[in-house]
Design a protein around this ligand. Structure first.
Ligand code: PAF
Length: 281
């Protein structure tokens, strides 16, 4: 496993690999790695000859300066975890390596970005698109791996790929959970012990919502989920929406065509967690 800080060093190795006809799998991350990231790396290792993991806390996707400041960073721990799986290159660029000039590109994702995360975190997806497009042009991967916990992010990146005609295959990977159901997230490390006890209720209530879909309208299911989470006392729902998988627009009737996904953002104290569940209906 090699660690590169510069684009030129990474590209030199990747060029040699590509010249040999090797397939490159890429897992972009912001570090603070956990088993969820490792599952993406493992899948990349199964499907490619070389695996690149980038660790870059991208400032342009944080709409809250405190969130950026408090975002957990620990390269030694991350490298230690990556040494337990097959990872060939870790790319750890500085902010100036990625943004030698400020990135003024404005992407238009239409209604995909005006809802849910896009609504509550203005500018977030523009920042994600800026960094992901740059990382794709640096790494030029054959395949790139993303977790479905960030369901809306995956929709945006699919749209970005189409918009920019990026020659990469996107691979969506299932959310990895703790035994108690909590979706793995780098932010889980920031939870107080008191909040950590209660946050598994989020997924439990999402599963109940899925069962409730036989007896209640989407609007009623939505109200019930928010009511149940907020009544726990320690959690505050920012949004819960049941949306069409492709358009991300709210579903008003279970008979609408297409897969429906329930997406949630919850504050556990100052820690903001997101999760989602696919409805069978
Ligand atoms: O999902 C993340 O960790 C980040 O949004 C990503 C895709 C690495 C871009 O910074």
């Amino acid at each position: 496993m090699e660690i590169f800080k510069t684009i030129s060093e990474l590209q030199q190795s990747l060029k040699a690999d590509r010249d040999k006809g090797l397939l490159i799998g890429f897992v972009p991350t912001m570090g603070a790695l956990h088993k969820g990231h490792l599952s993406l790396v493992e899948q990349a290792a199964k499907e490619n000859d070389r695996v690149v993991v980038s660790i870059f806390v991208n400032p342009t996707q944080f709409n809250d300066p405190n969130d950026l400041k408090n975002y957990p960073r620990n390269l030694d721990a991350d490298a230690g975890l990556l040494s337990t799986v097959v990872c060939d290159y870790i790319f750890v660029p500085s902010v100036t390596e990625i943004y030698p000039d400020s990135d003024t590109r404005e992407f238009d994702f239409g209604t995909l970005e005006t809802v849910m995360e896009g609504h509550f975190r203005p500018g977030h997806f523009n920042g994600v698109a800026q960094v992901v497009s740059k990382l794709f042009s640096i790494v030029m991967p054959d395949r790139a791996y993303f977790g479905l916990k960030d369901f809306q992010q995956y929709s945006i990146i699919k749209n970005l790929k189409e918009k920019l005609h990026l020659p990469v295959n996107l691979v969506a990977c299932e959310t990895v959970r703790e035994d108690d159901g909590l979706a793995l997230s780098s932010r889980n490390k920031l939870l107080t012990p008191e909040h950590r006890i209660v946050v598994p209720q989020i997924y439990r209530i999402l599963k109940e919502a899925r069962a409730d879909a036989t007896n209640f309208t989407p609007h009623e299911v939505k109200t019930r989920v928010i009511g149940k989470i907020d009544s726990l006392g320690l959690l505050k729902t920012e949004y819960f929406e049941i949306v069409d998988e492709l358009t991300l627009q709210s579903v008003t009737d279970w008979n609408q065509k297409g897969t429906k996904v329930g997406c949630i953002a919850v504050f556990a104290g100052s820690v903001r967690l997101i999760d989602n569940i696919v409805f069978d209906k």
